[in-house]
Design a protein around this ligand. Structure first.
Ligand code: HEM
Ligand code: HEM
Length: 191
């Protein structure tokens, strides 16, 4: 059986580091939108909706690549239950990243608002207009946003714990940085 690589494939690393700041920006823009009654509100909405649609395409692309490639294993000395927890937290992140833009899009459709990506390109409505559904999905969009914030904070804490305290190569597997001496190295460009 082919050995697991030491680094995430380059395509997955590029997608990870492209999406990470965009998702954090979307959370900040979303909170800014609902907290702002200033003229900036319209500009924030005009960024939030198309960027959300772009992120939906990126996460679906990323999931497809992820399911077709081998990725690094966590260090063997990490207990099995922690490895399962890490895997579950990644599955949760993927699920939230797919759900959030779909709920945002469906919420807009239920509210009867068009989702315009740019001049001349409008997404089709996912649902027929319904005040009740608009309210439910609006609530769900906020709850998923909080779940995303919490899981990203835990994810960041875990990544820093690996990178700064354990120094076991897990952070390097995603940054492409230097691996600890004992780890089986294959060039970071390979996947
Ligand atoms: C990764 C994708 C997305 C993230 C992380 C995200 C995040 C957020 C956040 C944090 C809020 C504020 C929630 C609150 O405080 O209650 C928000 C509001 C909102 N989002 Fe998103 N969103 C995403 C995608 C979308 C998409 C694709 C659409 C529409 C096509 C959308 C439409 C909206 C609207 C209209 C609001 C404001 C609702 C209001 O003013 O009551 N979002 N979003
Ligand atoms: C900003 C600081 C971040 C750092 C330092 C970081 C670091 C890492 C590291 C080291 C891994 C590999 C973990 C492992 O093999 O167990 C990873 C995986 C992952 N990260 Fe991050 N990350 C960051 C932000 C984010 C954000 C904002 C998101 C999502 C919105 C995210 C989503 C993911 C996902 C879904 C995986 C699983 C990769 C896979 O198996 O395909 N990361 N991250």
């Amino acid at each position: 059986m082919k050995a697991r690589p030491a680094y995430f494939p380059l395509s997955l690393r590029i997608l990870h580091w492209l999406m990470a700041p965009l998702v954090i920006a979307m959370l900040l823009i979303g909170v800014g939108m609902v907290a702002s009654v200033s003229p900036r509100h319209a500009a924030l909405v005009a960024i939030h909706k198309p960027l959300g649609a772009v992120l939906l395409v990126l996460v679906l692309l990323r999931l497809t690549v992820r399911l077709s490639q081998r990725v690094p294993a966590l260090p063997g000395e990490i207990p099995a239950w922690q490895q399962r927890l890490a895997h579950a937290s990644h599955c949760l992140l993927y699920a939230l990243l797919i759900l959030q833009p779909l709920v945002g899009w469906a919420m807009q459709s239920a509210g009867g608002y068009p989702v315009v990506l740019f001049e001349g390109l409008q997404l089709p409505a996912l649902l027929a207009p319904s005040v009740w559904l608009h309210g439910v999905l609006r609530g769900a969009h906020g709850v998923i946003a909080y779940l995303l914030m919490a899981s990203i904070l835990l994810h960041l804490a875990a990544a820093l714990f690996h990178g700064l305290i354990r120094r076991d190569g897990v952070l390097a597997s995603m940054t492409g940085g230097r691996l600890p001496a004992a780890a089986p190295a294959s060039p970071p460009g390979e996947g």
